[in-house]
Design a protein around this ligand. Structure first.
Ligand SMILES: O=P(O)(O)O[C@H]1O[C@H](CO)[C@@H](O)[C@H]1O
Ligand SMILES: Nc1nc2[nH]cnc2c(=O)[nH]1
Length: 250
């Protein structure tokens, strides 16, 4: 997907966290995509790996200092919306930062004024124009049947949710639940980077006490493999259309 790649292993980058999750390769890949200079993370960091929340989001600030303007994120998530099917791709239009309700926000601590303001706005976290373009690209590629929009809720993990928790999150307005992305978005938006994010619905959240289904990481990885080609096509076509962007968060 990336042309002329130059690859750096996280373990070789001073102070960079290390990937510990199966399926997360732990490499930064620099190169071009559709002629645009890009850096890709092959593997991200999560609260459940035991990292401080500021460490999880350190790459966002590194990218900002490198001149990155637009962040495109993907994740795997459990589907809470009863209209979603396994394999659907949800464009994230908003998030619920559940750990944030208990004070776990990556911007806690002294504000880094060189990146952004003390109290950044989050009502525009997921760029409206990129979402519109992604829906248009999805329609052109014939992906409309499985392309959805919705609200992503982050939890700390690593245990998957109980049935009661899934029911509660659904009632609160979440369409999908996962363990990533939101902290990165908060730090990227604080620094004025434009954000776009996709959730691959890798499993259905279990909402029924009679159900025999069980969330598991193997299903998550397998759904990822099955949709990989289409996700690559969607993201690369979108990147080809992204315009230069120089917003600074208010
Ligand atoms: O959000 P990503 O890292 O895509 O992966 C999701 O899938 C893993 C659980 O199977 C968790 O890491 C969860 O956050
Ligand atoms: N929390 C959570 N994260 C996931 N990542 C992939 N599927 C799920 C899920 O069902 N719940």
């Amino acid at each position: 997907m990336i042309k002329d790649p130059e690859i750096f292993r996280y373990v070789d980058i001073p102070n960079f966290p290390k990937s510990t999750v199966r399926g997360h390769a732990g490499r930064l890949v620099f190169g071009t995509l559709k002629g645009k200079p890009c850096v890709c993370m092959q593997g991200r960091f999560h609260l459940y790996e035991g990292y401080a929340i500021q460490k999880i989001t350190l790459p966002m600030r590194v990218f900002k200092l490198m001149g990155v303007q637009t962040m495109i994120m993907t994740n795997a998530a459990g589907g809470l919306n009863q209209d979603f099917k396994v394999g659907d791709v949800m464009i994230i239009k908003d998030h619920i930062n559940m750990p944030g309700f208990a004070g776990a926000n990556p911007l806690c601590g002294p504000n880094e004024d060189r990146f952004g303001v003390r109290f950044p706005c989050m009502s525009d976290a997921y760029d409206r124009e990129l979402r519109r373009q992604a829906l248009a690209v999805g329609a052109e590629l014939g992906f409309s049947d499985f392309l959805k929009e919705g609200v992503y809720c982050v939890l700390g993990g690593p245990s998957f949710e109980t049935i009661a928790e899934c029911r509660m999150l659904h009632l609160l307005g979440a369409d999908a639940v996962g363990m990533s992305t939101v902290h990165e978005v908060i730090v990227a938006r604080h620094a004025g980077m434009r954000c776009f994010a996709l959730s691959l619905i890798s499993n259905k959240a279990v909402m029924d006490y009679e159900s025999a289904e069980r969330a598991n990481h193997e299903e998550v990885l397998e759904t990822g493999r099955q949709r990989a080609v289409q996700l690559e096509k969607l993201v690369s076509t979108l990147v080809g259309r992204v315009e230069q962007y120089n917003n600074h968060c208010c």
